[in-house]
Design a protein around this ligand. Sequence first.
Ligand code: 5AD
Ligand code: SF4
Length: 467
Amino acid sequence: MNRVFIKTYGCQMNERDSDAVAAMLRERGYAIVDSEAEADIILLNTCSVREQAEQKAIGKAGRLLKARRLGLNAAAMTTGDSATPPPPGAPPLRLVGVIGCMAQNRGAALLDSLPDLDLVAGTQKFHRVPDHLDNLLAGLRALGPRPASIVDTEGEPGSQNTISAHSSHRAVSAFVSIMQGCDMNCTYCIVPKTRGRERARPMDEIVDEVRALAERGTKEVVLLGQLVNHYGLREFPTVDGKSPFVQLLEKINALDGIERIRFTSPHPAGFRADLVDCYRRLPKLCEDIHLPVQSGSDRILRAMRRTYTRERYLRIVEALRAANPAMRFSTDIIVGFPGETDADFEETLSLFDAVRFDMAFIFKYSPRSGTPAESLGDTVPREIKELRNQILLGRLETFSNASHRALVGTVREVLVECPSRKGNGLFMGRDRGGRKVLFPGTSGDVGRLLNIHVEKATTTVLMGTVA
Ligand code: 5AD
Ligand code: SF4
């Protein structure tokens, strides 16, 4: 049996793509395994957003290929000691592939540093991975020289429609990819290059996918796209003042069995009243919003080509809080964009304080080759980036602690997802705001909505008992 392990770097889109590849491989008779030690085929689904993410995956691929050259199992290399024998019964590694964003970004150039890499498959070629593995395996069986590397990174019309199969994981809450690509061209961002132009999936196909998930027991869907609120703007008409994304939300809200809807990520540009209004009208839409701001300084926002001002961002937040006072906000911030001064950073801090984000991903600026900002260089010293990062992390901890502590003594509606990873008899679910809640439960609780009385809180989780 061919046993495949897919290691995923980066964002939820990548997780979704990996799951679709896993489902397609299963369909083709491959086994999908949970650890690299069990695998004879390893695929790295990669991220290019920061240089560090690419270097991590390249390092990993290099170690795996070395294990393969030595006739070893992947697990033998994880200790860094090439003499470590593989665990008993572990298959030697046969194929190593790099797929997704870095494959798209670097293409055949990956073979310069990793000449015996078997497969490089880009972001529009996930559905071709089973064929490529079949062909590579046939080449191995032919007993000649090692089969030639396959590089497949062309654009393919309609590829956004191929990310629809689900392996059986994440049954209670499922990701659904509604579009691919991004037409915004923020100056720091490699994504338009790795993911291509914005392409929407047909609304009916998405609704059919969600209906099928609901029939399999899924209670929550997380709609994914680089710019979800721009979904279908080019392909589908606005109806009664409602954007295609709002029409899609309405259709999913009407599906039996689906209890909760989330999405990630919207862009502040094009976040209009019709979408804000959904938080009043659509009961399944959760008051949990990830709205990347990147910076609080108008000067830096302009240099990033973010197409909104700090004022406009704060007005969207205000409108969403007016629609639902329980709205929970998270964001992405980049510190150390070229030319960011102390005064610019102060503006980011004051915006952070004004919104009181519960959650944030804070990134230190990483210049990406081929982006418009590349020519600006990397002018903010590393120590300053680190300092700004630490200051924001400190703020974040204060805010998330305070907002978690304020919930002690309240009752939260929790969708139960799975046993807690620590295996201590606790179960994990999320409230509508997306906060993790742990409580003593049973496997029969999985997939149910329970009212949990919150008794304790940390920065990252709430703990309680069934009310
Ligand atoms: N450097 C640092 N962070 C970046 N991001 C995107 N490009 C870069 C870059 N060059 C961050 C943004 C985006 C998130 C997914 O990654 O904050 O929202
Ligand atoms: Fe990158 Fe900007 Fe598109 Fe987001 S909106 S993927 S940050 S270009």
